[in-house]
Design a protein around this ligand. Structure first.
Ligand SMILES: [Zn+2]
Length: 463
């Protein structure tokens, strides 16, 4: 039987605002000692009052603008009640029926062409604390309790585990471009839960929720495992149970955590301590729109128009720092050379070591034949070590390419006379041997001869 896979994702993103969602506590929990970034508000002590972090709302709206979402005219926070040791208040302030944003989309490029994944909603809530289990003890750290947490929910229309991974990678890029989150999955800045169902008809199958996945690889593996498990169950004539499953990365298996036959009752009600919001009146939306940078998908399209390959365009656009660097360099010299040097020679670690201006200087010297590409690689290493610019390095080291034909012709004559047997074999038709002679000439000139001129003169002389 043929089964169609349908996946929906729920992504939680920690916003990197200075302070927490409803209090003034420092929001940078990562390096702080446990339970040092807390106050009566985020500890949920009686008698305290929350104040909403305007920056967090602004960044959520900005994310929505970048993802083509609709901004709610009227929105509010709600209390979502559940009990867990990392939730000191006994409820989480979240958004129930009136999220800040509805709809939206993320475009991804798959092997089967471009796809648009639609969003259901984007809302804002507060993160819970963190439990640390060691031996028989469980410890709680509330530094993270109250961190602004943006939740992005997709429509159930992702068609494969690989598409789910591509979607998340694209979303991570966008969030980083917007500078609202570091979106590092391994550090829990971005966490994803997935719903996956299989069906042999047009109706959606029974959704199974998978939690605890904190890397792109884990998500793809867990969903692939679950896809296979469900096919086996359905083919054996068994029913899929509506449940939440965890992912065991060591065993490479999902396992049943709890049944979802009965929806948990969170007893939502409007947060009485926070007034509702008229979001479109809170911000100058036109101005906010202008602050949305050119996004990875736009960069990719632009680069391909410049003649950069699809694969290289993806590499350049994935990281905003690399894209910015490429934009600066490609405006001054050949975009293809710029892409090649940035991707293959400089790489992401090298971007900070060589200013864009200096790489432009180096590439310009290749373009006007002052140095060869081979010499330029040595110059780049020198640039990284000394911080000097390319012009200065080639002057100091006398690395200028020899373009003067008469000078090269002399060396060509010398190499020809030293290799008469090879010259004879070339004349006899073994033309591949010509590269040996080129090599000898380059060796004689310490790589400084212009290869084009060398080839031209060699051909003339051997003909
Ligand atoms: Zn606090």
């Amino acid at each position: 039987m043929n089964f169609k896979t349908t996946i929906g994702l729920e992504i939680h993103v920690q916003l990197k605002t200075k302070s927490k969602m409803f209090c003034g506590c420092n929001n940078n929990a990562e390096e702080a000692q446990p339970n040092t970034l807390v106050c009566p508000v985020c500890l949920g002590l009686p008698g305290t009052l929350p104040v909403a972090n305007k920056q967090a709302i602004e960044w959520t709206v900005k994310t929505g603008l970048a993802l083509n979402s609709k901004i709610a005219e009227f929105s509010k926070f709600d209390r979502k009640h559940y009990f867990y040791p990392d939730l000191p208040k006994g409820y989480q302030v979240s958004q129930f029926d009136l999220p800040f944003l509805v709809d939206g989309e993320v475009k991804i490029e798959t092997e089967n062409g471009d796809r648009t994944i639609h969003l259901t909603r984007i809302h804002l809530e507060e993160d819970a604390g963190k439990l640390i289990h060691s031996g028989n003890d469980s410890l709680v750290d509330l530094n993270r309790a109250g961190t602004p947490l943006m939740e992005i929910v997709t429509e159930p229309e992702i068609a494969s585990p690989t598409e789910a991974k591509l979607f998340l990678q694209e979303l991570r890029s966008i969030l980083r471009y917007l500078n609202v989150s570091d979106a590092d999955m391994e550090k829990g800045h971005m966490r994803a839960d997935a719903n996956i169902s299989l069906s042999s008809t047009n109706e959606l199958g029974v959704p199974v929720e998978i939690k605890n996945m904190n890397s792109f690889r884990m998500i793809e593996r867990a969903l692939s495992y679950e896809e296979k498990r469900q096919v086996e169950e359905l083919e054996a004539g068994r029913k899929i149970a509506k449940e939440t499953r965890g992912w065991d990365d060591v065993k490479g298996e999902t396992y049943s955590q709890r049944s979802k036959e009965f929806a948990q009752d969170y007893r939502y009600f409007p947060e009485p301590d926070l007034p509702p919001f008229e979001v479109h009146k809170m911000f100058d939306l036109d101005k906010l729109k202008t602050e949305v940078p050119e996004l990875p998908s736009e960069k990719r399209a632009k680069y391909q128009e410049m003649g950069i390959s699809k694969q290289d365009s993806e590499i350049l656009a994935l990281d905003q720092d690399m894209a910015k660097y490429f934009d600066a360099v490609s405006g001054q010299v050949s975009p293809k050379l710029a892409a090649n040097w940035i991707i293959n020679e400089l790489k992401i670690d090298g971007l900070k070591k060589v200013e864009a201006e200096k790489l432009i200087g180096l590439i310009a010297l290749i373009e006007d034949n002052t140095i060869s590409g081979k010499i330029a690689k040595d110059v780049l290493i020198d640039m990284i070590e000394t911080g000097k610019n390319a012009q200065k390095i080639i002057e100091e080291k006398g690395l200028k390419q020899i373009g003067d034909e008469s000078e090269i012709a002399k060396i060509v004559d010398q190499v020809i006379s030293e290799n008469s047997e090879i010259v004879a074999s070339i004349k006899a038709g073994k033309t591949a041997a010509i590269s040996f002679l080129v090599g000898q000439i380059m060796k004689e000139t310490k790589g400084q001869a212009n290869p084009g001129v060398v080839n031209k003169i060699l051909e003339e002389k051997i003909k």
